[in-house]
Write a protein that binds this ligand. Structure first.
Ligand code: ZN
Length: 136
């Protein structure tokens, strides 16, 4: 990992400590990347600036975690799934979404995309971003 990318990652985690979600906006094409990356995924431009994102998003697909791959540190959140999430600023990526078990997934599959929002989840020693359903 390059030093510059490490700095990007570091600032992202610092902002989570302050309760903020930061993304990177490309000065060339205006695309917003989240989680932040060093260079724009849309046009490859490296001239990017920090922007605070709202955390509002929609979930477009749901994948249940395989039993063996589910991470024990997430167990305190209750059931989780993985989903393709698109934030209102435009970036889409795979994220952990809380509160989805197999039954819930069935209900939600008929309603996709469904509104979700970003939350900060405290893991051992650091914070990370997870998503939760708006309806709950
Ligand atoms: Zn760009």
């Amino acid at each position: 990992m390059s030093v510059k990318l490490e700095k990007v990652v570091e600032k992202f985690y610092e902002s989570l400590e302050e309760g903020k979600f930061l993304g990177r906006k490309c000065k060339e094409c205006g695309a917003v990347e989240f989680p932040p990356v060093y260079a724009c995924n849309t046009c490859g431009c490296m001239d990017m600036e920090w922007v605070e994102i709202s955390g509002k998003a929609v979930m477009k697909s749901i994948v249940m975690p395989a039993a063996l791959s589910s991470k024990p540190e997430y167990s305190q959140m209750g059931p989780i799934a993985y989903g393709e999430v698109e934030i209102e600023e435009g970036a889409s990526f795979n994220a952990v979404v809380k509160g989805i078990n197999k039954k819930k997934r069935k209900e939600l599959l008929e309603k996709l995309p469904v509104p979700v929002h970003a939350e900060i989840f405290q893991r051992d020693g650091y914070k990370t971003v997870v998503f939760a359903l708006d309806e709950e």
